[in-house]
Design a protein around this ligand. Structure first.
Ligand code: EPU
Length: 420
């Protein structure tokens, strides 16, 4: 038996949706918490499968994890042990690599399997490893088991060839206890990096410059517990804004930081979407006519690669040819084949695609080949006439908190079924 999501499309949506805590911050904050020597409380944890996997890893490390009645996660590493992480759960998600930086930073040694996650083409971690080596660590591997160890970590200057989100956060975590100052140049500037630096600083770390391309970390001797609230998920927010642009009669996407979505909102304005941007919300009304636009994905504050796939679905409804250039993951176009099964007209090759619109979409059996492809399929299912059946829903559940409930409350007809 396998689970599928079914959507009966064509229903206009109405009402408010409140956005959950950011997945890509959460999955770094949880490993970062083990750097403390007492309990860290994280508020605003989204209900996603990646959190369950990370909790499983914490249990393997003998870290005490409790969920409070109001949904906070209390992570107490007082009795933690630096166990080998060779279990399958490590390969279920990409973000398990944050235990590399956290355990190396705390113990000077980590032994673990390679991370997994969505297949979006090659996703090397050479920049993470180079950063650890620059701090004085040695990296070796036996099969898929990596050992990273250092007698002592010493602060240094690290220039990242690519402004990688993962490498920036991982080096930051490895460097918090290092002797002296670590400077990361060409650091990534994503809001999730600021969130992780904020948690670490509240724990007692000395990190300056997070959110700019130069981050300075002065090593400290001890970090202790604190309370931290996760920033809202800009990708979930963007997905719901795209859903609203496609199908809302009138919708409010609330509990967000609209500045984190400037690149998307500017494109939606160019498309002619009826929107009103508030302090912590975006209000969207029905739009009868949408224009085609061109987008190029870029590191933050550029257009997010994670919103490229759901936006592609919206562009199938816009008048004219939209050109999309993907510069972060050149193979992130599997959703185009799935959309074409539903009546879209998209030509794609490695690195780019052309969306010829508008084309009516019809329900079909489609596959969520990765997390954001899954989001693109949900948008398509809501737009399409008839019933869409989405398989591989575990990808969607890795990153979207209670997506069915949130959509049903807006008037969508969406349910799950177990099929043979
Ligand atoms: N890269 C390297 N070497 C490295 C690291 C990255 O060549 O050592 C390359 C990657 O192959 C990619 C580019 O650098 O072409 C940027 O990758 P980055 O390291 O910034 O990505 P990531 O940290 O692996 C995070 C998010 C992704 C999101 C990207 C880009 C998490 C857990 N994942 O991945 O989120 O697409 O940043 O913004 O934070 C998603 O949420 O669906 C998702 C895939």
């Amino acid at each position: 038996m396998t689970e599928v999501i079914k959507i009966e499309g064509g229903h206009r949506l109405e009402g408010e949706v409140v956005i959950s805590g950011a997945k890509n911050a959460t999955v770094a904050l949880i490993p970062a918490a083990v750097l403390a020597n007492s309990a860290v409380t994280i508020a605003g944890i989204p209900q996603i499968a990646d959190v369950d996997s990370l909790t499983e890893i914490l249990n393997i490390l003998h870290v005490d994890v409790k969920e409070t009645v109001n949904g906070h996660l209390v992570i107490d590493p007082s009795n933690m042990e630096n166990t080998v992480l060779d279990q399958d759960v490590v390969t279920k998600l990409r973000a398990s690599y944050y235990f590399m930086g956290a355990l190396l930073g705390k113990y000077g040694r980590v032994c673990m399997k390679m991370p997994g996650g969505c297949y979006l083409g090659p996703r090397p971690i050479d920049l993470h490893l180079k950063g650890f080596e620059a701090l004085g660590a040695k990296v070796s591997n036996m099969g898929d088991l990596y050992t990273i160890e250092a007698e002592k970590l010493i602060g240094t200057k690290i220039f990242l060839d690519i402004a990688s989100v993962g490498a920036t956060i991982n080096i930051m975590m490895a460097a918090v206890y290092a002797e002296g100052r670590t400077t990361i140049e060409n650091a990534a500037k994503e809001p999730e990096i600021i969130d992780v630096a904020t948690l670490l600083n509240n724990m007692g770390a000395r990190i300056r410059g997070a959110g700019t391309n130069v981050i300075k970390i002065d090593g400290v001797r001890s970090l202790s517990g604190c309370v931290h609230e996760i920033i809202p998920d800009r990708i979930e927010a963007g997905t719901f804004i795209i859903i609203a642009a496609a199908m809302a009669r009138h919708m409010v996407v609330r509990g967000i930081i609209p500045q984190h979505l400037d690149a998307l909102l500017s494109k939606l304005t160019d498309m002619g979407i009826n929107m009103n941007v508030g302090i912590d919300f975006v209000e969207i009304s029905e739009t009868k006519h949408m224009n085609a636009v061109n987008i190029t994905t870029k590191p933050y504050p550029g257009f997010a690669t994670d919103l490229q796939q759901p936006l592609t679905t919206l562009l199938t409804q816009a008048e004219g040819v939209s050109r999309i250039k993907e510069t972060i993951y050149i193979e992130r176009f599997k959703h185009c084949d799935e959309l074409n099964k539903m009546g879209a007209s998209i030509d794609w090759q490695e690195g780019s695609c052309h969306v010829n619109g508008p084309t009516p979409l019809h329900g079909a059996k489609v596959v969520a080949t990765d997390l954001r492809c899954g989001a693109a399929m949900v948008v398509a299912g809501l737009v399409a006439q008839g019933i869409t059946e989405i398989s591989n829903v575990y990808h969607i559940d890795r990153g979207y908190s209670e997506i069915d409930r949130k959509l049903r409350e807006l008037g969508a007809v969406i349910w799950r079924e177990q099929i043979e």
